[in-house]
Ligand binder design. Structure first.
Ligand SMILES: Nc1nc2c(c(=O)[nH]1)N[C@H]1C(S)=C(S)[C@@H](COP(=O)(O)O)O[C@H]1N2
Ligand SMILES: [Mo]
Length: 386
């Protein structure tokens, strides 16, 4: 025996944690992942629609569709509902795969390192996206950046990471796609029943979240709307208010000398009585807030295109709308030709048969079909034909 002269210090062996739960497997991850993928896909597409309706690129600014009148109501309702469902599904999915965080050795190859990096990007951006979206729904912004551009940019990163993830995991997804294909993989038979229970539980949680919130926009279910911050019926004149006159700095004193200015080739100024004396039109249109609530109401007032014509504007003009509001992101709004031309686009003076309340934009507000709520400008004081 050769005597060892020097002994290397021996580190205690590293023991990664072990997980006794049996459902942290690819079949569970695939089953939940399919629904999560669907929720994210719906959320992404409806989010793009919302974004481009609010911030159309130049070439689209005059070509946005003003029909169907309920279009934005539907897509934004789906955006919020799929986003809320995605929170539950994302939690279930993370539960299914989290033991992989503790893989040992953590990195086996360059390829493995890249794969883990892509999953890290996917998980962090997906969590960020549903988290910021949820807080926006409750109008709480505990961060230094502005919500809309960041939420929009990160959506692309999530979408790209999901596509990459699908590509990397394609063989496993294919193998575990259906119960039948999974049956050939020799997963323990007794897990199947437990997995079914787990998936039923996740489905029930998604159902509960959806049913207790979707009534904020899908009004037939409004009686179940227990968890959404807005109820479609609660507010002055039976309609919620996002920003009150007080919050917008619109004071009774500022309203006393109110006039509507219409700037164009033949500029004019109108008092409220003069506006009321013009031909009035009526429309049943929804207000659909980006934060998820929406509700239909009856509006009446002067067609925007009539006001443009009076100011000598061409029939295909766009309009810039300026509010009396002192500051705020929605003080100035641009409206493309399709909306200006639409006979349902009104400078509304009444809501559900009554003079607009101050919080709903007295004396005059915009209401247009198929537009995000943020663009239904209240307390309008100037129209600029452009
Ligand atoms: N001038 C102005 N108009 C505005 C807003 C605003 O902050 N300022 N908020 C908008 C938003 S976000 C929505 S959802 C609708 C809500 O209209 P309502 O308060 O009459 O229901 O008004 C829009 N019009
Ligand atoms: Mo809104």
């Amino acid at each position: 025996m050769t005597p060892r002269t020097r002994r290397r210090p021996v580190l205690p062996p590293v023991r990664p944690p072990s997980f006794s739960g049996r459902l942290h497997d690819a079949r569970t991850a695939t089953a939940v992942g399919r629904w999560l993928g669907l929720a994210f896909a719906v959320c992404f597409v409806t989010g793009l629609i919302s974004h481009y309706l609010q911030h159309p690129p130049g070439w689209l600014a005059n070509g946005l569709p003003s029909r169907p009148v309920w279009g934005y109501r539907l897509t934004q309702g789906l955006h919020i509902a799929s986003g809320l469902a995605a929170i539950v599904l994302l939690l279930a999915k993370l539960w299914a795969v989290y033991p992989r965080l503790f893989l040992w050795p953590p990195l086996r190859s360059v390829r493995h390192a890249l794969e883990r990096l892509s999953v890290a990007v996917l998980v962090s951006t997906a969590v960020f996206q549903v988290f910021t979206g949820l807080l926006n729904v409750v109008e709480w912004y505990p961060w230094p950046f502005s919500f809309v551009p960041v939420h929009f940019a990160v959506a692309w990163v999530v979408a790209g990471s999901i596509l990459l993830h699908l590509a990397v995991k394609a063989p496993e997804i294919r193998a575990h796609w259906s119960r039948r294909s999974a049956g050939t993989l020799e997963l323990p038979a007794e897990d199947a029943r437990d997995r079914r229970s787990l998936l039923l539980g996740v489905g029930a949680a998604v159902g509960a979240v959806t049913l207790t919130t979707v009534g904020q926009s899908f009004t037939p279910l409004k009686r179940l709307d227990l968890l959404a911050p807005r109820h479609p019926d609660h507010g002055p004149q039976g309609l919620p208010v996002n920003r009150t006159a007080a919050a917008a700095g619109v004071t009774p004193a500022a309203l006393r000398d109110w006039r509507l200015e219409v700037l164009g080739p033949r500029p004019l100024t109108l008092t409220l009585d003069q506006l009321r004396a013009l031909p009035q039109a009526r429309a049943r249109l929804p207000i659909a807030c980006v934060e998820g609530w929406s509700v239909e109401a009856y509006w009446s007032g002067v067609r925007l295109r009539d006001l443009v014509a009076r100011a000598g504007g061409r029939p295909d003009a766009g309009v810039r709308v300026v509010s009396l509001e002192v500051r705020g992101a929605y003080r100035v709004m641009e409206m493309g030709r399709e909306y200006v031309e639409d006979p349902l686009t009104l400078l509304a003076l009444t809501l559900n048969g009554e003079v607009l309340s101050q919080d709903h934009g007295y004396p005059a507000r915009i209401i247009a079909p198929n537009r995000p709520g943020v663009l239904q400008t209240k307390w309008v004081t100037r129209l600029e034909v452009v």
